[in-house]
Design a protein around this ligand. Structure first.
Ligand SMILES: [Zn+2]
Length: 307
């Protein structure tokens, strides 16, 4: 598999304050580990472009994008809610993060057996059509999905979200769209306390209690998703890749390790090879323990590369 990694230095310029879990150093931790592990030379390095307004407003209300632009401070940090903040570099970072998804889709559509990963921040899956939430400003994965539909006429997209938190913003944007199958596995009950009850018709939620370990996580995913994914036969697989369910990450209370992420990545790669010409685009969501994050992303990318 040819694997491209999209990132940009602007993604380091979104600042939440020194006590916030989403620190710029998360991106550095990923690149450091990719180099240390020896897989960096196998990756195609790409700069994430800005997502343009047309791409962003396929998933968000135009007035929300206008409000984000207007509220960017010239200095300091402006809190939007208890978790989410804006700094002078936040809009550029968010547009690069969304642009990684858009460019990632374009890249995988240019050939067979191509996958892309966005090493970007801020994350996106809590951002709804007209609101920021949970560290997220723009919903990167939903913007990528809408771009694939509008520009590449993809009729069946699977979005897989394995972040420890439910992707409530993604469900708010793509819920009910029968051309998208939204598969999410998350700790429940836990922030944002959604997803488990009355899921949308195109959603396959797997809510799991705190202290769930990898073996139970795998069994639950297998039972809930794989037959339906095979039947749906996605032409493109998008991944909201959050690594905050890792055992060493105290953001959540799941007990996952690198091998669990490898197992799921391998299943998804096999499905992509069957129905999607191998096309997969994975975008970073959570993952707040720098060491566990670097090792988990490296394992995820090694599996995509099949080396
Ligand atoms: Zn998360």
């Amino acid at each position: 598999m040819n694997v491209a990694i999209f990132s940009h230095p602007d993604c380091l310029e979104h600042k939440n304050g020194s006590l916030h879990p989403d620190q710029p150093g998360r991106i550095n931790a990923i690149f450091d580990q990719l180099i240390a592990s020896g897989i960096d030379p196998f990756l195609v390095h790409q700069q994430a472009p800005y997502a343009d307004d047309e791409a962003v407003t396929r998933a968000h209300c135009p007035h929300y994008l206008d409000a984000l632009r207007t509220n960017i401070p010239t200095e300091g940090i402006v809190p939007l809610d208890g978790d989410t903040a804006l700094s002078p570099g936040s809009l550029d970072a968010a547009l690069r993060a969304a642009g990684a998804g858009v460019a990632g889709v374009d890249w995988v559509m240019q050939g067979e057996n191509r996958a892309a990963f966005g090493a970007v921040r801020p994350p996106g899956h809590h951002a709804g059509p007209d609101q920021p939430a949970g560290f997220c400003l723009l919903n990167n994965i939903a913007i990528a999905a809408r771009h694939a539909q509008a520009v590449h006429q993809i009729k069946r997209i699977a979005i897989i979200d394995f972040d420890v938190h439910h992707g409530d913003g993604t469900e708010a944007i793509v819920g009910g769209d029968e051309q998208i199958l939204f598969c999410s596995v998350f700790q429940h009950p836990f922030y944002p306390f959604t997803g488990a009850e009355e899921p949308c018709t195109n959603c396959l939620p797997v809510p799991l209690p705190a202290a769930t370990r990898g073996s139970q996580w795998r069994e639950a995913i297998k039972a809930a998703w794989f037959a339906k994914l095979a039947e749906f036969a996605p032409q493109l697989i998008l991944i909201s890749a959050g690594f905050d369910g890792h055992l060493e990450d105290d953001m959540g209370q799941l007990g996952l390790i690198e091998d669990d992420y490898v197992w799921l990545t391998e299943q998804l790669r096999n499905q992509a090879l069957k129905s999607a010409n191998g096309r997969m685009v994975s975008l970073l969501e959570g993952g707040y323990h720098p060491g566990a994050l670097g090792r988990s992303v490296t394992a995820h990318l090694k599996c995509l590369l099949a080396i």
